[in-house]
Design a protein around this ligand. Structure first.
Ligand SMILES: [Zn+2]
Length: 381
């Protein structure tokens, strides 16, 4: 009997798996997959639960990987929801609940497709691996990265990997992601000397220096885009002094910028640029500028080729939509997978993700399973 991906999605939504809680979600998948002949191993690390399931032999010549997450973001203001966020209520063919699009439906669709595929047309010499994490929405340090570390140590490999994140923009099938921009956060602290606003010559005001620095950064043109990427962007996201007084020049000021960058840059090259900008302003204004940088992910690209073609053809065959190969949006766990094998991302329309009343039309879950099933058939054909 075919595995119903909509029912599986609803069962997963009922597991309250807000990062890093497992919530019963991986246990549910483990019982489904082991029942279908998958060898399941829990790869838990640092308080995060992860599941690796493999059908077929370790080290198979052709191995297809799926990656996804069962953790979800918090519900926020529960009173603002028109349904209980973990009840998986269905109304007029639409399933509501936290994780309905991001991405319990994606996990359910690829798990259901994989289970049916190995039961109906088992790939003789092939393997299917499902690497499912309980922390993609949180720090993601012990999530997919832990799974991949463990897999490398154990000789578990994937020839290619499909991440089932919601990538579609307006219509199911309109967008396949073949890369992602990198992301970097930088926190600047400008330190001067506090003083009376009436005697500014006795103080050293950090604010004009900060204003100059933020203006320089925000108005810099990082690049004009590259073949597969939009231009890199820098956003000043906060400037704070916390100064409640009108007659005091504060001693320090802090600001944070977020940079989304394409493959013209690396975290390192941008860090060097930010440091030199800070140093130039510090010298001009005679203030101290401290800089802390964290790189959440480097830009990467799986160049269009056989794998992205296979995925795009399957999407078009099932939906009638020709997908755009895109690198837009935020980061995802594909940033870890890309170090191991070619990785492409495809999934549902993500409009309601992370929102109140997150929802998914049930027919979309069935279509997504059909697309994943076709991808498996074509890959092993
Ligand atoms: Zn997600």
């Amino acid at each position: 009997m075919a595995t119903d991906p909509a029912r599986l999605t609803a069962d997963l939504v009922r597991c309250p798996s807000v990062t890093p809680e497992e919530g019963g979600a991986l246990a549910l998948l483990e019982s489904l997959l082991s029942g279908a002949g998958f060898r399941c191993v829990r790869v838990d690390r640092g308080g995060v639960a992860n599941l690796l399931a493999r059908w077929g032999e370790k080290g198979a010549v052709r191995s297809f990987g799926f990656n996804g997450h069962t953790d979800v973001v918090p519900v926020g203001d529960e009173d603002a929801w028109s349904v209980p966020p973990f009840a998986a209520e269905e109304r007029d063919g639409v399933l509501y609940g936290r994780g309905a699009t991001d991405m319990k439906s994606g996990v359910a669709a690829f798990a259901a497709a994989a289970v049916d595929f190995v039961q109906e047309t088992p790939p003789g010499d092939g393997a299917i691996l499902l690497a499912i994490t309980g922390d993609e929405e949180g720090p993601a340090v012990d999530g997919t990265a832990a799974l991949l570390d463990w897999m490398a140590a154990e000789g578990e490999a994937m020839s290619v990997c499909l991440v089932g994140e919601p990538t579609s923009r307006e219509r199911l099938g309109d967008t396949v992601k073949i890369g992602r921009r990198g992301s970097l956060n930088a926190v600047f602290t400008v330190t001067g000397v506090q003083g009376h606003a009436a005697y500014p010559h006795r103080a050293k005001n950090p604010l004009p220096a900060m204003a100059r620095l933020m203006d320089r950064l925000a108005s810099a043109e990082l690049d004009n885009g590259t073949e597969h990427f939009d231009p890199s962007t820098l956003a000043v996201v906060t400037i704070d002094t916390g100064n409640p007084a009108t007659n005091v020049i504060p001693a320090a000021c802090r600001a944070t910028v977020n940079v989304r960058f394409n493959d013209r840059h690396t975290g390192e090259s941008l860090s060097a640029w930010l440091r030199s900008e800070a140093a130039a302003v510090a010298e001009t204004f005679g203030v101290g500028i401290d800089l802390r940088i964290s790189v959440s992910g480097e830009a990467f690209l799986t160049p269009p080729g056989p794998f992205s073609d296979l995925v795009a053809r399957a999407v078009e065959a099932e939906t009638g939509v020709t997908p755009e190969l895109s690198t837009s949006g935020g980061t995802s766990d594909a940033r870890f997978v890309k170090d191991h094998c070619p990785v492409v991302e495809f999934g549902l329309v993500g409009k309601s993700m992370h929102q109140v009343d997150e929802h998914v039309p049930l027919p979309h879950i069935h279509s997504l399973k059909a697309i994943y099933a076709r991808i498996l058939r074509d890959f092993f054909a």
